[in-house]
Ligand binder design. Structure first.
Ligand SMILES: [Zn+2]
Length: 274
């Protein structure tokens, strides 16, 4: 399973080893199809206007020409490669609300669509102690190519959709690993915000009432600029925006994903009337 084109490696895994390691969801349908796709996938493009969903870390796919960035495919499928379960939650919310959702089609290790272009971690050479050989000594030309081929199309899609929905709220869906660098993150959901504190507090309160352990601006803080994509598009079009970070230990089975997505959907409806 080591080496080879990503598409072949990931296709093998998705057909022969669905009980994946290290927290990847144990799903066995087309929902867990991690083959490289288009740089961006728009779900439910004709959906209603009250909510737009984005998922910047939806995929662990690496285009074949990058040869898995020199990584074992198991590494790509850990949290460093994507947000485990986030796409499935996004899909469930899109279906529930008849909302349009925009999902990135490539791994954050190819380029991170939740970072600004000048950010040092737009394309990382090391992620949580794992060296990314395919990102070492990246040329200016290769960096520009990834921006052109993957980053720009993603943000152009989000931008075009939000522009058509001036009454929308924007929700960026992510997941986090429950233990990072030996430190536990003992909560179920982080509500991340910067400008929209009232909305974040309201949503967090309802999620807590539903039994989830809620933190605000953890494990990452919107106040530190770490909700880049939601802020970029929300500010540009004057729509309210939040980001959710979901503990991926609760997103490992289809039933768990449905439960978490259902809880988020009910809370969102209660807070924002959609
Ligand atoms: Zn993420």
């Amino acid at each position: 399973m080591r080496g080879g084109a990503c598409s072949n490696s990931l296709r093998s895994i998705s057909s022969s080893n669905r009980a994946t390691r290290n927290g990847s969801p144990n799903l066995n349908s087309s929902a867990f199809d991690v083959r490289p796709r288009e740089p961006v996938t728009v779900l439910n493009a004709a959906g209603g206007g009250a909510l737009v969903l984005t998922c910047e870390h939806a995929s662990c796919a690496v285009p074949a020409e990058y040869n898995n960035l020199g990584l074992h495919v198991d590494s790509l499928m850990e949290h460093i490669g994507w947000d485990v379960g986030a796409q499935e939650v996004t899909e469930a919310l899109a279906a529930h609300f008849n909302a349009t959702a925009v999902c990135s089609g490539v791994s954050r290790l190819v380029i991170d669509c939740n970072r600004d272009l000048p950010d040092h971690d737009l394309i990382v050479a090391t992620s949580h102690g794992v060296s990314i050989p395919g990102n070492a000594l990246l040329s200016v030309e290769e960096r520009a190519r990834r921006i052109r081929d993957f980053y720009d199309p993603y943000h152009a899609s989000v931008d075009a959709i939000v522009a058509q929905r001036p009454e929308a709220m924007l929700l960026s869906v992510h997941s986090f690993t429950p233990v990072l660098n030996g430190r536990e993150r003992p909560f179920d959901v982080g509500v991340l915000f910067d400008d929209y504190a009232d909305e974040a507090r309201a949503l967090g309160a309802v999620l807590a009432e539903a039994g989830l352990r809620v933190r605000f601006n953890e494990p990452y803080s919107g106040l530190d600029g770490l909700i880049f994509s939601a802020r970029k598009h929300g500010m540009r079009h004057g729509v309210r925006y939040l980001e959710l970070e979901l503990n991926n230990s609760r997103l490992r089975e289809r039933s768990q994903i449905a439960m978490v997505a259902g809880t988020v959907a009910r809370a969102w409806s209660q807070c924002f009337g959609v």
